[in-house]
Design a protein around this ligand. Structure first.
Ligand code: SF4
Length: 471
């Protein structure tokens, strides 16, 4: 968690394990992906006769108990943890979804955001579908359920020609597990193996969590079909031409122990901190990072600068999304409920405070105020990414353009607004070097405004509800 985080997207997980029931492995895998979405969670399984499903609002541990897991039978299954990037966080929008079409019944999980869902919905009109959700996922699910083609590779290529945006998919029939990564490869998806079992997951850390080996990342434009006979794959477009992985997966979203675009996210973040120290050096007593996501960058800054790294902010781990609506007094406590300050450590110190991003700036200013109120002499803010100037249309809930502080102010004005004694952002050039970027292979549109595909500027996450309300 950065001080003020863009909201993560979703986590997807799938497994076929001919040797055992898979519901518990999916449950554990979703735990490792909980950081990617905390609004709802769900699991579908198949015993090759029928697909069973349980999904609901809240954290994985809130949604499932022992008895419900026992109802989820079968050696094949998928799981999903959701943050709503389109559609409200209602129970009906919880995934996996189950839909039927000319290709039979499928259960479907999606990470990302499709930007032409209205168009896709029109293309499905001939099928007379009654939608039960307001998410773009249901539209893609029906696209796949009704796609032309003799097998899932042909159907997936058929869908990829029409769907625009970010989509890492994990879905299943009663007998097959299927993974798809969009032609730009914006969201991550990887393949793992454990004895006779094959696993698909948003992040490699989820594989390790169930004791599986990381095999490889799914390529952009790749469809992978897993059956009891093994794994088959087909690629729609070539990696070299189009790969546009979200660079924010490296900066913040993915767990530090996940491999993203061939790089361990932890090591990328340490390199960002080292580059930040070279780019924006300052004389100070200690370096502290905002827990947890900025800690690797803070360590990198300390290594390169020779200034000691220490903990100064302690995150209150279990304050997060709760079902309790805080009263006014608790709301006013704001960041004080999220972080405690180690006052004796920071008292009278000149501090380099490292965070991975600044979105609106409001919470950053409160943390700086908290540190100063607790006795810090100076706060030098260092950010391990460039200023965010544009919103994301590919599955990350940033803020609107007008809410982004870097869209409204230059660096000196931001420094004044947040109350720092100095401020430095990592340059794009050094960010790309830190992630060992080759051939312009990352989406970085929220920093540059240059989107890898044309976007509708009036898109918002509730647009499907608005279409529904107009009818
Ligand atoms: Fe990631 Fe930013 Fe591109 Fe969205 S716009 S996919 S957050 S790099």
């Amino acid at each position: 968690m950065a001080i003020e985080s863009p909201k993560e997207e979703c986590g997807v997980f799938g497994i076929l394990n001919p040797q055992e029931q898979v519901a518990e492995s999916i449950y554990l895998g979703l735990f490792a992906l909980q950081h990617r979405g905390q609004e709802s969670a769900g699991i579908s399984t198949s015993d090759h006769l029928k697909i069973s499903k349980k999904a609901g609002l809240g954290l994985i541990a809130n949604v499932f108990d022992q008895f419900q897991m026992e109802d989820l039978k079968g050696d094949l299954g998928i799981g999903h943890t959701r943050y709503s990037t389109t559609g409200r966080d209602s129970e009906e929008n919880s995934q996996p979804l189950i839909v039927s079409g000319i290709n039979g019944e499928i259960s479907f999980g999606h990470n990302g955001n499709v930007i032409n869902s209205g168009e896709l919905k029109e293309s499905l009109e001939q099928f007379d579908i009654t939608y039960s959700t307001t998410s773009d996922t249901e539209i893609i699910a029906y696209m796949y359920a009704n796609a032309l083609g003799n097998n899932w590779f042909e159907r997936s290529n058929y869908c990829m020609r029409s769907i625009k945006g970010a989509y890492s998919l994990v879905f299943m029939t009663k007998d097959e597990l299927i993974g798809v990564r969009d032609p730009l490869g914006i969201r991550p998806l990887c393949l793992g193996k454990m004895n006779d079992a094959w696993i698909l997951a948003s992040e490699s850390s989820a594989l390790a969590h169930i004791g599986a080996e990381f095999v490889r990342e799914i390529e952009n434009g790749e469809t992978i079909v897993i059956t009891k006979d093994g794994v088959e794959s087909s690629i729609f477009s070539s990696k070299s031409k189009n790969h546009k992985m979200c660079i924010f997966e490296q900066i913040y979203f993915s767990r530090p122990d996940s491999i993203i675009n061939g790089q361990l996210a932890y090591e990328s973040r340490v390199r960002m901190g080292e580059s930040l120290a070279e780019e924006h050096p300052i004389d100070a007593d200690i370096v502290i990072g905002v827990p947890d996501s900025a800690i690797p960058a803070a360590i990198g800054y300390a290594n390169k600068s020779g200034i000691s790294y220490t903990e100064g902010l302690i995150r209150n781990r279990y304050v997060g999304r709760t079902f309790i609506s805080p009263n006014q007094r608790l709301r006013e406590l704001g960041v004080r409920t999220k972080f405690n300050v180690l006052k004796d450590v920071i008292k009278d110190k000149k501090i380099i405070l490292v965070d991975d991003s600044i979105v609106r700036g409001t919470t950053t200013s409160r943390v700086i105020e908290l540190l100063k109120d607790s006795g810090a002499a100076e706060i030098h803010m260092r950010v391990s990414s460039p200023p965010i100037t544009s919103p994301c249309y590919f599955g990350v809930d940033m803020a609107s353009t007008t809410e982004l502080i870097a869209n409204n102010f230059d660096n000196e004005s931001i420094r004044k607004v947040i109350g720092a004694d100095s401020l430095g952002f990592l340059s794009m050039e050094n960010l790309l070097t830190s992630v060992n970027s080759e051939d312009n292979d990352y989406c970085r549109a929220c920093f540059t405004g240059e989107y890898p595909i044309p976007i509708q500027l009036d898109f918002d996450k509730f647009h499907l509800e608005k279409i529904k309300e107009k009818k």
